[in-house]
Design a binder for this molecule. Structure first.
Ligand SMILES: NC(=O)c1ccc[n+]([C@@H]2O[C@H](COP(=O)([O-])OP(=O)(O)OC[C@H]3O[C@@H](n4cnc5c(N)ncnc54)[C@H](O)[C@@H]3O)[C@@H](O)[C@H]2O)c1
Ligand SMILES: [Zn+2]
Length: 369
């Protein structure tokens, strides 16, 4: 207790490093002196350029000569037309293969920037500086990049590792509560599938206390990095991270189609985790006490989401379209305890319906209180 946090820690995510700690940005400045790029570009969205760029430039003086590229905030920027604009801009600036792109933003900017960097002149180097919680613990680690196509998520993309991902937790000061909870959902998932102590610590942490959150963010980033390192191209082990995502993706897609509030990814994953924890119990993999603790915690933290039984059918159809459910078979990652998971568990559409029905009952219960 009371130990000073390490100033810089570096972990290996296989294809790239993840640099964390109080002085992570200073390490980036040092790295730039080694990389010798012929041109420097910082890509951000309207929010990250306003809230995070000044601090980035203050701590990384070598970036002061960089050109800034700005995109609109939000998922809309993950579009091929935005890539085209950036490619064209890079070409007009005569950026060569030794140019370097710094992606300063949430998952949208690192997915978009990673893709632009991975394809411009068959690949230039990039660095990720995540500014959202989801970016720090998930999206900016692992080298997956891409954009959406015709309303379908991540349809076009490449694996392109950054040189490094530099995690600077104070950027989160300006992030809204809804986006913090969005990232927290993935951290809770990390605890549930692989680290019971992490799950307990997250449960006890106050979301607004960034000092308390810092070691938990670093633990989650390390879990994601370790999984990616062991399975860089999603051959098997990465599936452990799909817990909550099979049903979660269906609910996320359904929420976009409906006139009700569209869910953020993490919010949908929370509903997915409740349903899939319930399936874990139904399949005799998880004990009832653990299931109850998981559900109580998630229902306390996240707003209930109402949808009608008549929408079950559409949701199951959307789940079948998900590229991870090849052949229309549902293969779930389920929990075998708090902190351990089993991949490729076969689940029928009828069982999925039961799980959705169960969530609906929980919501009714909360609303009637
Ligand atoms: N590549 C991967 O492995 C991977 C993994 C998970 C998610 N993703 C992708 O990540 C995206 C979602 O990421 P996200 O939730 O970070 O969304 P986002 O990048 O849209 O960020 C959410 C919002 O917060 C704003 N923002 C970000 N940092 C801020 C800060 N410090 N202060 C103030 N505002 C800030 C952004 O401008 C945006 O409006 C999705 O497109 C998803 O597909 C990718
Ligand atoms: Zn996710």
């Amino acid at each position: 207790m009371g130990a000073t946090p390490q100033e810089v820690t570096e972990i290996d995510a296989g294809g790239h490093k993840v640099v964390m700690g109080r002085h992570a940005l200073r390490a980036l400045d040092r790295e730039l002196s080694v990389l010798h790029p012929t041109a420097l570009f910082v890509l951000g969205d309207e929010n990250t350029l306003r809230h995070c760029l000044p601090e980035l430039l203050a701590q990384v003086p070598r970036l002061r000569e960089a050109q800034t590229l700005s995109v609109e905030g939000g998922e809309k920027a993950k579009d091929i037309s935005v890539c085209s604009d950036i490619w064209r801009h890079l070409a007009e600036e005569a950026a060569d293969r030794q140019a370097l792109l710094i992606c300063l933003g949430g998952g949208v900017v690192t997915d978009l920037g990673g893709f632009v960097a991975g394809t411009y002149k068959r690949g230039i180097r990039c660095v990720h500086v995540p500014t959202s919680l989801l970016g720090m613990v998930d999206a900016a680690i692992g080298g997956k990049s891409g954009v959406d196509l015709a309303g379908l998520k991540n349809m076009v993309g490449v694996f392109h590792d950054p040189i490094g991902t530099y995690v600077h937790v104070p950027f989160l000061k300006s992030l809204g509560k809804r986006d913090l909870l969005n990232g927290l959902a993935e951290m809770i998932k990390h605890g549930l599938v692989s680290d019971a102590e992490h799950w307990e610590a997250i449960g006890a942490a106050a979301l607004h206390d960034l000092d308390a959150l810092r070691p938990l963010i670093e633990r989650s980033a390390a879990i994601k990095a370790a999984v990616v390192k062991a399975d860089p191209r999603e051959a098997g082990l990465r599936k452990v991270l799909n817990f909550g995502h099979t049903i979660g993706h269906g609910i996320e897609a359904l929420s976009w189609e409906s006139p009700r509030r569209a869910l953020l990814h993490g919010e949908a994953v929370v509903i997915g985790m409740i349903c899939e924890a319930w399936l874990s119990w139904r399949m005799d993999l998880l004990d009832r006490g653990s299931y109850d603790r998981i559900t109580t915690h998630l229902m306390e933290l996240y707003k209930p989401y109402t949808f009608d039984s008549s929408e079950n059918h559409r949701m199951i159809e959307l789940m079948r379209n998900d590229k991870k459910n090849a052949g229309g078979q549902f293969r779930f990652t389920l929990l075998t305890g708090i902190g351990s998971a089993k991949v490729d568990v076969h689940i029928t559409a009828a069982q999925v319906q039961e799980a959705l029905e169960h969530y609906r009952l929980l919501v009714k219960d909360v609303i009637s209180k």
